[in-house]
Write a protein that binds this ligand. Structure first.
Ligand code: BTN
Length: 269
């Protein structure tokens, strides 16, 4: 289906592209969702390194079919990837994106942590989220779209109250507006560098850096998977990025995907 917003509202296509990764940068004022548009472009042959970015989204999508509220001031972008990597390593692409965000935030003197698998948080509040969507043909990754939403300069009051209480923004942490283009440039450079590591199959290096950035390991957590709710201690991740959880009765669970919450942060009514 044709995305009319995409046709109507493209505002610029930059000639000066940051880093080696970006081949084409498509910038829009407003889209339904940069991931939806990027997937459509990927399906119709867009090359790796195509980046779709929007100033606002009117149907931003989060993990587990949640809405990603996307007011002005945020950064909303999706990257098209065509990695020639083993299928089972695909989920590490979301680690690559989360690490690129944390490295970029470092440049502002702020330490961001990762909550498994890829929520980027500062002082326990979410500053960025990542949505990885891929198309597999046979045993090969045809394309992957990694979507990143970053609370850069958003006014937290523009978020609904339930989301607001768990969110922060970079501008509120540094007390000044953050230069959008500077942040984007650094992020794309960091992403390009980490993605080269991925393409060179140095998966251990990605896992090691992710472990140095997470605050999940060692915590008592609960994880909602597609089939069950599990509680226990997060004690490690494996080479595919799956979470290893030890439950109360000593059982070991390996979790490929799920919604993770720290027990000490749950609201007890
Ligand atoms: C999450 O934490 O649930 C993931 C949020 C991902 C949001 C980004 S914003 C850019 C891209 N387009 C979307 O519709 N979603 C992702």
């Amino acid at each position: 289906m044709k995305d009319r917003t995409f046709v109507k509202k493209k505002v610029e296509s930059s000639k000066k592209l940051p880093g080696d990764f970006v081949k084409k940068l498509l910038v829009f004022n407003d889209l339904n969702s940069t991931n939806t548009v990027a997937k459509e472009l990927a399906r119709t042959g867009a090359e790796e390194g195509t980046v779709v970015i929007a100033r606002t989204q009117n149907h931003g999508r989060g993990r587990f079919e949640r809405v990603w509220q996307s007011p002005e001031g945020g950064m909303y972008l999706s990257l098209i990837l065509r990695p020639k990597a083993p299928l089972e390593k695909a989920s590490l692409l979301s680690f690559v994106a989360a690490l690129a965000v944390t490295r970029t935030i470092d440049a502002y003197g702020i330490h961001a942590s990762i909550k498994w698998p890829n929520d980027v948080r500062v002082n326990g509040k979410k500053i960025a989220g990542i949505l990885l969507e891929s198309e597999i043909t046979g045993f090969v990754i045809d394309y992957a779209v990694v979507g990143i939403g970053i609370n850069l300069n958003i006014d937290l009051a523009d978020l609904s109250s339930d989301i607001q209480s768990h969110s922060t923004s970079l501008s509120s942490l540094v007390n000044i507006p953050v230069d959008y283009h500077e942040f984007l440039k650094t992020f794309l450079e960091q992403f390009g560098s980490l993605y080269s590591t991925f393409r060179n199959r140095q998966f251990d290096s990605i896992i090691t850096e992710w472990k140095s950035r997470t605050d999940t390991l060692g915590k008592m957590i609960q994880v909602q998977t597609s089939t069950e709710m599990l509680q226990g201690t997060a004690f490690d991740i494996d080479q595919l990025g799956f979470l290893l959880l030890r439950t109360g009765n000593g059982e070991l669970k390996k979790i490929s995907s799920g919604d993770c919450q720290y027990l000490n942060e749950l609201d007890h009514a």
